[in-house]
Design a protein around this ligand. Sequence first.
Ligand SMILES: [Zn+2]
Length: 426
Amino acid sequence: MSKADMGRRYRLYPTAEQDVTLTGWGHTCRTLWNVALEQRRLYRQRGVTLMGGEQCKQLAQARAEVEWIKDLPSECGQRVLANLDAAFLNFWNPDHPAGFPSRKKRGARMSIPFKGQTLVVRKLNRHWAEVKLPKLGWVRFRMSRALGGTIRNAVVSRDGNGWHISFGVHSSRTPDAPNGKPACGVDFGVAASAFVSTEKTPRLMPPTLSRNERARLRFLERRKARQLAYAKKHAGGRYGNRLRKTIAQIAALRTRQANRRQDFTHKLTTGLAKNHGMVGIEDLRVKNMAKSAKGTIGYPGAKVGQKAGLNRGILDNAPGERRRQLEYKCAMYGSKLIAVLAFHTSQTCAVCGKVDPDSRQGCGRLFSCVHCGHEDDADHNASLEIEARARRTGGSVTNSTHSITTVRVPAPCRRRTRETLPATYG
Ligand SMILES: [Zn+2]
């Protein structure tokens, strides 16, 4: 069966009764994940690799005995174990950045996976549709755009803004032929969200929260701290209803912020992929860039505060997510994505090609070449340099083969050693 190659996410509106059931299932899925993960760790200590198939048999036994496990549709439990398998396979794959699968905390985003075969979707009117979920019946969702294919799987999740359903969809869409449009290089910066080499001004991300929303967030954070202190002192650390309400209000604001960021990123990457025949980007290692500068007790880091602020800037701009989106959108719209080496792009002159740190005076936005006198916005200069590097590595645009070309940066050996594994593992 052809796989899902596209995602569709809609807001789900369960009834009060369905809400209670879904919340229960969400907690069951989380517990199941944590228990299965712990079991695998214990088996591993005895030198046995336990996988989802074996655990599925045990799950079937547990369903006969435990009421709250029986309540969860069996396919959801099986999907949870299959997802855990996938998490381990990513961890074992030396080319994949995933770390050891982690436990799911109580306050984490809740999600319940379903298989696609059992799901039926029917349209109610122009804007509304409903999906039939096993043991739950019809649940309404806001059909904000067409499905565009056949459903392969679904995940019901709850974040700070309520319930959503994401469908994994198989579209029969074939990628566009090379679109033959001009090439560009993009410098994703911290101050400017993105500087495209063919443009005169940077693309700035609008503030993700308004002034009032930021003030409210600060107010809620202070209230949360106060309520936490109270809970510790008077209630033995037990969360009261007011504290839970504050936490939910903070989560709603943060979700709104994340959604706006995602919206900006999608518009940016769609525009880049649609209007260019080749898009050059820097091959950044986000994980290393955003690493904390804290250091250890023996070796305290320098400029911890500044680095933390920079990290917030980097993550606010979501470089990993931008690249992920560019990868599939470039393939979709007949463009070619080329990731180039990121060394000294900010210190290289786009006109004479000389690399000199003196060309960047201080931390200013101005690039002024000490060799040929070329002056430009530093980020624009970098984007031109990225475009030039992409052209060199990617060949001419007109002859481009229709695929994503990623020039791999020779990364340091990522093979995991015993030291990097958790103490109880391996
Ligand atoms: Zn120069």
